[in-house]
Ligand binder design. Structure first.
Ligand SMILES: [Zn+2]
Length: 396
């Protein structure tokens, strides 16, 4: 939701312009914080930032994106195994050994096609050290048993239509990785799925690109840390993986897409249902981030307003009808400013509402500016993003 002031909005941010009466009402009686979800020196990714929101210090627990996705897929890594994200990509190979990244997602290849390719790779390229695991669309995993080869990997979406020769050569410098990739290239080149794609004028999955690797972090569950039970509600595998590591139940909401057409009602209902028997829900909405990447101001404002009216309002109204005390945190993992269309590591506006606070409050709306001007972090001893959850669960 977070963004920078935009000239076209009269120097206001999308959050300031969006009509969010429910969140503003919570804000009126709540406390404001600026939450440093991305520690210095870490990439401002959803993996790092959501780890902070879940109460885990990235400096202590972050090992990479792929092991979190492995957790979401129900894969438990042995201590000597490393999960690599395995993208299906389209590479262009020049005659002089130059390599360019034509497409980081092989034309958003379908599950049916990519699962056939992953099965072929597992049949023909797997060894005691390498195994392929099928995920969704272009997003799969390679599980490697052994010592990390020491090369530094890069995300393929950062190199769209760019030369990746020097990054590709890092894999080729390691004999067993070179063997794996050479064989994978041959298997994929001859595969009927790719022949069909080429005939239809689509980008083939010409190779796999390995990145985002890490070992499975060992984290204490939220259940053990705070004596609570809970559910993760998200369309995104990464968040589901964090939920698994945190010891939460995972809700699979039909129609949860990660875009502005997501099943808002289904997500809110899943939260309401979970809170009948559990203490905590983490409801994640991807749509404002996607709108930021697409540079769509209209979609971003719509996503923020839908979040207020179709997620926050029904959940809060249901809790009020139960006559039980509750707390709500409204926040974001990181900004995805429309002007930049990528993530940044600015601290994020956060509000904490406690239903026992009955006095009329500040009258201030929920925005980047309010949270900056009235940041209560210092008085409340919150210095880093992962401390927020301790405050949420602390019973006064
Ligand atoms: Zn994003």
């Amino acid at each position: 939701m977070g963004d920078y002031p935009l000239a076209e909005l009269g120097d206001k941010t999308p959050l300031e312009v969006a009509d969010i009466p429910m969140i503003d009402e919570l804000c009126d009686r709540g406390e404001f914080f600026l939450n440093y979800t991305v520690p210095d020196g870490y990439p401002p990714g959803s993996d790092v930032a959501n780890m902070s929101l879940m109460g885990y210090d990235p400096a202590a627990y972050y090992t990479g994106r792929a092991p979190l996705e492995a957790a979401a897929m129900g894969i438990r890594l042995a201590p000597d195994e490393i999960a690599f994200r395995c993208n299906m990509v389209t590479l262009d190979h020049g005659e002089d050994g130059q390599v360019a990244m034509r497409d980081f997602c092989a034309g958003h290849i379908t599950n049916e096609e990519s699962h056939a390719l992953i099965a072929a790779l597992e049949d023909e390229c797997a060894t005691d050290q390498f195994h392929f695991k099928a995920g969704v669309s272009y997003r799969h995993l390679l599980i490697f048993k052994g010592e990390h080869p020491g090369f530094i990997t890069v995300p393929p979406h950062d190199y769209i239509e760019q030369d990746v020769t020097k990054h590709f050569r890092k894999y080729l410098a390691e004999p067993q990785w070179k063997t794996l990739l050479d064989k994978a290239k041959t298997v994929l080149a001859d595969h009927p799925v790719n022949r069909k794609r080429i005939a239809a004028g689509k980008n083939p999955a010409s190779l796999v690109w390995l990145w985002g690797e890490g070992k499975m972090p060992t984290v204490p569950t939220l259940t053990s840390r705070f004596n609570i039970t809970g559910t993760m509600i998200s369309a995104v595998d990464l968040l589901k993986g964090l939920g698994v590591l945190g010891g939460l139940s995972i809700a699979n909401v039909p129609g949860a897409t990660g875009y502005i057409d997501t099943n808002y009602q289904g997500k809110a209902q899943a939260a309401i249902d979970a809170l009948r028997s559990q203490d905590f829900v983490f409801v994640h909405l991807e749509a404002p981030d996607e709108a930021g990447h697409q540079g769509s101001l209209g979609d971003k404002i719509t996503a923020i307003e839908d979040f207020d009216a179709r997620i926050v309002r029904p959940i809060v109204m249901d809790l009020r009808n139960r006559n039980e005390d509750f707390r709500v945190v409204v926040t974001m993992d990181h900004f995805t400013p429309l002007a930049l269309r990528t993530h940044v590591s600015d601290p994020v506006p956060t509000l904490l509402y406690d239903s026992r606070e009955t006095t009329k409050g500040s009258g201030r709306p929920f925005s980047e500016k309010s949270c900056t001007e009235h940041d209560a972090s210092a008085q409340n001893g919150i210095k880093a993003g992962h401390e927020m959850i301790e405050k949420l669960f602390a019973i006064k």
